[in-house]
Design a protein around this ligand. Structure first.
Ligand code: MG
Length: 166
C-alpha cells in the first residue's frame, strides 16, 4: 500500500510536473511567435517530457493501490523579453522541481517507504540532466549576447533536439 503522506506529496508533484509542461508549452508558443522555431521545438519536446513525468507519478500511485487527486493548474507566464530570460525561468523552475523531488525522497526515507525511494531514484538522476540542459542553454545564450546571427545559429542547433513524432 502507498504511504498516505508520500501519496499526498506525489499528488502535489503531479501538479508540479504538469505546471512545468504548461510553462514550457507557453514558452514554446512565445518562441513560435518570434519565429525561433528551433527553440520552440526544444520547449515543446520539454513540455512533452514533463507530461511523461506527471504520468510516471500517476501510474506509480495507481500501482501502489493509491488515489490520484488532480488539482487546478495556474496560468503560465506567456511573454518573455528574450530567449535568455525564458531559459533562465526554465532553470529556476527545474531547481524548484529538484527541491520538491528531494523533499518527497526525504519523506519516503522517514516513512520507510522503500518502493517510493526506488521509484524516485530515476527522478533524482533526471533532475541532474534537466538542470544541466537549462544551464547549458543559458551559457550559450549569454555567449550569443545581442548578436542576431549567433541567436539564429543557436536556434538551429536547439531545433535538432531528438524526440517527438515530426
Ligand atoms: Mg519534470
Amino acid at each position: 500500500m502507498q504511504n498516505s503522506s508520500v501519496q499526498d506529496a506525489m499528488n502535489e508533484q503531479i501538479k508540479m510536473e504538469l505546471t512545468s509542461a504548461y510553462a514550457y508549452l507557453a514558452i514554446s508558443a512565445c518562441f513560435e511567435e518570434q519565429n525561433l522555431s528551433g527553440f520552440a521545438r526544444w520547449m515543446r519536446l520539454q513540455a512533452e517530457e514533463e507530461l511523461d513525468h506527471a504520468m510516471k507519478f500517476f501510474d506509480f500511485i495507481h500501482d501502489r493501490g493509491g488515489r490520484v487527486a488532480l488539482q487546478a493548474l495556474d496560468q503560465p507566464k506567456a511573454q518573455y523579453e528574450s530567449a535568455l530570460a525564458a531559459f533562465e525561468t526554465a532553470l529556476h523552475h527545474e531547481q524548484r522541481v529538484s527541491a520538491a523531488i528531494n523533499a518527497i525522497y526525504t519523506l519516503a526515507v522517514r516513512e520507510n517507504d522503500f518502493a517510493s525511494q526506488s521509484f524516485l531514484d530515476w527522478f533524482v538522476d533526471e533532475q541532474v540532466e534537466e538542470e544541466k540542459n537549462a544551464a547549458f542553454a543559458i551559457e550559450q545564450l549569454r555567449m550569443a549576447g545581442d548578436n542576431p546571427a549567433a541567436l539564429l545559429m543557436l536556434d538551429r542547433e536547439f531545433g535538432k533536439r531528438e524526440g517527438g513524432e515530426d
